[in-house]
Design a protein around this ligand. Structure first.
Ligand SMILES: Cc1cc2nc3c(=O)[nH]c(=O)nc-3n(C[C@H](O)[C@H](O)[C@H](O)COP(=O)(O)OP(=O)(O)OC[C@H]3O[C@@H](n4cnc5c(N)ncnc54)[C@H](O)[C@@H]3O)c2cc1C
Length: 290
């Protein structure tokens, strides 16, 4: 590949510190644009290179190999404009923290949807890519449209319920770039600050604190991944510096300088045992980058 023609390009850039797992080696090149125009230019340039590319938001749902990433990583965290368009509509760039959207916009105006998004780390772009959410709903349901850079140009795609499902969507491919989204909110009747406090407290009670990616696996239809793993007796199982949380079995923690292979090993163990015991195939929610 050519040397990137951008002053915001950095070679051999460590990725681990930019992930919630704190695991992972360097990217061959990091592109850290300062705004959406630079991000789109960098993305287009990277598309033309014969090398793999990864878009990274908050790094809260990725597990990066200790070998690092042998291509270009495009960081979106400076795409942080948030603009009110009036009539409960907001244009939000992909690098805005989801929690900032919840607190500064949704709580401030008592909008519906706080129960779906409270406590989810990372960026709005990452949340849209993952269709992040909870049992109370997900982010794509709050969108009117999404702005993306794709091979066919910059597109504003009208959101439709047929385009997303549980922790997935079908409008943004792995190499595409979500520049932002247009949210349309509705005023809630119930006090959303009480909702926020309730779910914040519930996370503290039910989820472990530390270096992790949240839920490692998606819940299979009609079941809970964490309960299946717990039923296999795997809570507290350790491999090197990683452990299946004794508090919540769908959380695999890096609690002692874990290596990539420690976490991967526990993922494989949980999948194997749940399949042997229940005949259920667990699917990773975490994105594994190597
Ligand atoms: C403690 C904890 C609790 C969590 N709880 C929840 C929860 O309740 N519900 C839930 O759904 N998730 C949860 N998560 C997972 C994670 O926070 C979400 O998936 C989050 O939305 C990911 O956003 P991010 O910006 O960190 O994405 P990243 O981790 O940076 O990336 C995740 C994926 O999105 C892609 N991506 C990121 N930004 C863009 C973009 N702008 N354009 C195109 N692709 C992009 C990346 O390439 C990657 O494939 C939790 C994580 C942690 C650590």
């Amino acid at each position: 590949m050519d040397k990137p023609p951008f002053e915001f390009a950095v070679p051999d850039y460590p990725l681990g510190p930019h992930t919630y797992y704190r695991v992972g080696g360097p990217a061959r090149w990091a592109l850290i644009p300062r705004n959406a125009d630079e991000a789109e230019a960098a993305w287009r340039w990277a598309q033309a290179q014969d090398t793999p590319m990864l878009v990274l938001g908050g790094g809260s749902n990725v597990l990066v190999s200790d070998e690092g990433f042998p291509g270009i990583v495009l960081f979106t965290t400076s795409l942080n404009r948030l603009e009110s368009l009036g009539e409960d509509r907001y244009h939000v760039e992909g690098g805005v923290e989801l929690d900032a959207l919840v607190r500064k916009v949704m709580l401030a105006n008592n909008y519906e949807g706080v129960g779906a998004l409270t406590g989810i780390p990372g960026t709005v772009g990452g949340a849209i890519f993952m269709n992040a959410g909870t049992a109370n709903g997900s982010v794509c349901a709050l969108l009117e449209s999404v702005d993306m850079a794709r091979a066919d140009g910059r597109v504003r795609l009208a959101m439709d319920a047929s385009l997303y499902a549980y922790r997935s969507q079908r409008f943004c491919g792995p190499g595409d770039l979500i520049l932002g989204g247009l949210f349309r909110f509705r005023r809630a009747e119930a006090d959303q600050r009480a909702v926020y406090e309730h779910y914040t407290q519930r996370r503290l009670e039910t989820q472990p604190q530390g270096y992790c990616c949240g839920s490692v696996f998606k819940n299979p239809p009609g079941a809970h991944a964490g309960r299946l793993i717990e039923a296999c007796g795997l809570k507290g199982t350790r491999l090197g510096g990683a452990v299946i949380s004794p508090k919540h079995a769908n959380f695999i923690m890096n609690d002692r300088d874990a290596r990539f292979e420690d976490i991967i090993g526990l993922i494989a163990l949980a999948k194997r045992q749940v399949h042997e015991r229940f005949g259920i195939h667990l699917e990773e929610e975490v994105r594994i980058i190597r």
